[in-house]
Design a protein around this ligand. Sequence first.
Ligand SMILES: Cc1ncc(COP(=O)(O)O)c(C=O)c1O
Length: 366
Amino acid sequence: MSHKPSPKPWINAIHAYVPGKAHADDGSELVKLSANENPLGSSPAALAALAEAKAPAGYPDPDSGELRTAIGELHDIDPARLVCGTGSDELLNLAAQAYAGAGDEVLFSNFSFAVYEIAARRCGATPVIAPDVDYGTDVDALIAAITGKTRVVFVANPNNPTGSYLAASEIARLHAALPSDVLFVLDQAYAEYLTAEDDDGGLSLAADNANVLVTRTFSKIYGLAGERVGWATGHPDIIASLNRIRGPFNVTNHGQAAALAAVGDQAFVAASREHNAAERARFVEVIESLGNHGLRPLPSKANFLLVLFDGDLTAEQAYRALADGGYATRWLPGAGLPHGVRITIGTSEQMADVARILRELTETAQ
Ligand SMILES: Cc1ncc(COP(=O)(O)O)c(C=O)c1O
């Protein structure tokens, strides 16, 4: 009889995260519109900082001190209420691990970010999925799903993969309905794509309440996905609990240097937001013009569009044809969306080309 270590059953129950593709099935490289990265690249200031970052032989600052100070100044947050992570992924996982375990429930919406289920299962907790409303987060459904076992609620706003968004009043209504001993994790990975009027009030909620953690990332509008830097803010007790269990040197020298410089280049952030808004609006019009072929864009406040296919042209055909045309997008059967393709908003040229491919496809599919 062979003896070998067996992973815990809740670890075996995890379906590993499937990252956005960058290559076609034959191995050829594709333009990556599958991972919601910034098509404009990174801030020149961040690139310059990377070239001069502290030598890799030395460990990084374990507390990302300078970076936390800069984030604090930008958002008016006491650095004691901030923790940085190896991407916001690390912080989402730590939040679940610190506050939930076997016998507890971790609640999130249908069609929300795939990491929430992994984060729940990793710590032995039970993932509970509340129904969506027309692919968006349904606050009433989340409230109805709260039980005495709920320990953590995850909401992404704007949400991935749908792009849907809850206004500040809805976020406040959800928070007000949560028992005070439930941790509300508001994942704002795409928050910088919102205009100031669309601010969902999350940072204020985190400042004023002991049960709210807001997470942000440098992977999206800041264009630093490869450096793996995220941050979170909440009550100092929550931050202390995450600090206890995070990796001691969890943000690299290069990550800290690049993110610090990127925080200082808000002009790049604004330009990225404007580019995204203009290209997204143009692309929405294209998809709407193909409505008679069953294509529907879900309303998006993020840097991607989830396109639903309900006609002769299927999502799978569109996904494969876009790959043949040189573009990696995200077909989402594994997320319960076999009729959906999520497309990151790219450069103007890329979006015009994607639009052309989709138009031509609908013409031949009839
Ligand atoms: C909603 C949401 N949250 C968090 C993340 C994680 O980003 P990162 O770990 O790169 O900060 C992503 C990335 O796609 C996301 O879509």
